[in-house]
Structure formats: C-alpha cells, structure tokens
Design a protein around this ligand. Structure first.
Ligand SMILES: *Cc1c(COP(=O)(O)O)cnc(C)c1O
Length: 311
C-alpha cells in the first residue's frame, strides 16, 4: 500500500476542504469539532443558516447523544464526505470496530469519502477500540486519516500534523471520472504550504525515540488520571458523565431544566470553574458540558471539590 504522508499544520482537517468540489454534500456529527463545519461553511457548502434549528441547510447532521449511546446513525440521504472523529472531541466517546465498519461500508456503497480524525488516538486505553480506520476492511479505498502531534505530544502551539491519503482512495467527477485524492492533496500542500519547518520536524521525530515514547506515555497517563479524577468526582456528585476513559474530555449532562450556558454561568460564578458549553459544538450539544483533563492534577482535584460544594 502506498501512502502520502505530508507534514502540515494549521488544522489539516480544515485545509482538506480545498480538494473537494463546492457542491459536495457534507455530513458531520452533532455535536462536532467546529472546524469541520466552519471550514465548509467558509468555502460555500453550508447554504442558509436556520436560526430556529441552529443548522445549515446544506449540511447533513448526524446526532450523537445518550439516546444512541453516542454512536451516529448512517446518513439517511446520499452524502459525499463524512467527518468522523474518534476518540471524539467533544464527547470523549469512541466507536467499536463494528460501528466504524458500517460507515466504511456506507462509503464504499455510496462512493463517499470518510475524513477520519484520529487526533486523540494516543488516549485509547481499551483493547477493542480501533486506533486507525485502516483496521477496518475496505477503509483504504474510502478513508483519509488525520493525525496530529498536538494532543499526543503537546505540540498544539508548535504545529505539526499529517494526513494519510492512500493512493487507493479516489473521488469522482460529475461524469464519473476517477480522480486520485492523493494527487490532489499533494498539489494543495505543495502549492499553499510547502511543509513544516525543519526544526519542528526534528522535534516531532523525537516523539518516536525511546525516550520520547516514554515521556509521551507518561504525559498521557497523567492526563488520563486527571480524567478519572474528574469523571469519578462528578459521578459521586450525582452527575451523568461520558468519555474520560479513552479521551481527555469528560462530557456531562447538565442538571435537569438547565441549558449549557446557564450551567456555564453557575459553574463560573459559584464554583469559579471554567468549562465549555455543549451547545457551542452544535444543537445536539445543548444540555451537555465539556470538561478537560488538560490541567494539573492539583487543579483537577480542586475543581471537583468546588463543583461538589455547589451541586
Ligand atoms: C486539537 C484537535 C486537532 C488538532 O489540530 P492541530 O491543527 O493539529 O493542532 C484535530 N482534531 C481535533 C478534533 C482536535 O480536537
């Protein structure tokens, strides 16, 4: 199998939209990492925004919430591109192989492309969870996978990431002509970017050294320990919580009758703790709230103590 690995920065998953036609139909989960939606809206694929529903008319939304155990259903209509992110930001949840396979099968049947964002792969702790979409049979014909050093090795400000574009992945023109996405992406990167600086690449290389691997593992364990502290603490306080096991994010249901932003205000003003309102990630995020484990252990413990005093 031949891959094209291109080192890129500034949200690879945002730049990929350049290789698709303006009329392709996009599906995203709801809630979602806002970059997928906003980059498509900026490149003209959103259509009108409906203020009532909080949705763009040309985007297909796949709800993920406690009703479906955070497993998105397949699109009911034909779509051309599907964004999937697992372990998920913001919900912290994962997909099992059989659930991911349904999407790969859909993509093969419908000539769709899956854009698989594996930015949080390093946080997977459970055995049966796929680390890459290429673990699924047939994915090499329909999926592009995104990897980033941002969360794995604390490169968020340093900027280094890559896309895996198998040479066996093709898009189709309106007349049905097969087009290599590997070639299109190569052209896009060579024209608009030209690559991550050498200094940063050497830093990224060190992540794969024995010492680098060890430090990265320790660092991720530290954040996963925080996630456990936050998750267990919230559970003890009576909250319904998701994520936090294969992810640095904890996704909690806000108390009955409250909106995400009302919970944000109460948390800020009474507990002096800051988090992210779920509604900011899409209409289905309403009534949920995201807490992050990317802090110190001391602050994670302190935050939970304060939350317990208020709720
Ligand atoms: C942080 C994050 C990324 C990484 O983006 P970079 O531009 O590589 O820093 C990608 N996807 C998701 C869902 C993220 O949360």
């Amino acid at each position: 199998m031949k891959f094209l690995f291109l080192m890129v920065q500034n949200v690879t998953v945002g730049n990929i939209v350049d290789i698709f036609d303006v009329n392709v139909k996009i599906a995203i989960t709801d809630p979602v990492y806002p970059v997928y939606l906003d980059t498509n809206v900026m490149s003209g694929r959103g259509g009108n925004f409906n203020k009532e529903t909080g949705m763009y008319e040309n985007i297909v939304y796949l709800p993920v919430n406690s009703d479906n155990d955070f497993v998105p259903e397949l699109p009911k209509e034909k779509v051309d591109v599907i964004y999937l992110c697992f372990p998920n930001n913001p919900t912290g949840t994962v997909l099992k192989k059989e659930d991911l396979k349904k999407f790969v099968d859909y993509a093969r049947e419908n000539k769709a492309i899956i854009l698989y964002d594996a930015a949080y792969e390093a946080f997977i702790t459970e055995d049966d969870i796929p680390h890459s979409i290429y673990e699924i049979d047939g994915a090499k014909e329909v999926a592009i996978e995104f990897r980033s050093f941002s969360k794995t090795a604390g490169f968020t400000g340093v900027r280094c990431a890559f896309a895996v574009v198998p040479k066996s992945v093709f898009g189709y023109t309106k007349l049905g002509e097969k087009i290599s996405l590997n070639k299109l992406w190569n052209r896009r990167v060579a024209t608009k970017f030209n690559g991550v600086s050498y200094v940063v690449q050497r830093g990224a290389e060190a992540v794969y050294s024995e010492e680098g691997k060890k430090q990265v593992r320790e660092n991720i364990k530290y954040y996963l320990d925080n996630a456990k502290i936050i998750k267990d603490g919230l559970k003890n306080a009576g909250f319904i919580v998701y994520g936090g096991v294969n992810s640095p994010y904890i996704w909690l249901k806000v108390p009955d009758g409250m909106k995400s932003w009302e919970f944000f205000d109460k948390l800020l003003e009474e507990a002096n703790v800051v988090g992210t309102p779920g509604s900011g990630f899409g209409p289905c995020g309403e009534g949920y709230f995201r807490l992050t484990a990317f802090g110190t252990k001391e602050n994670s413990i302190e935050a939970i103590e304060r939350i317990k005093k208020v709720f």
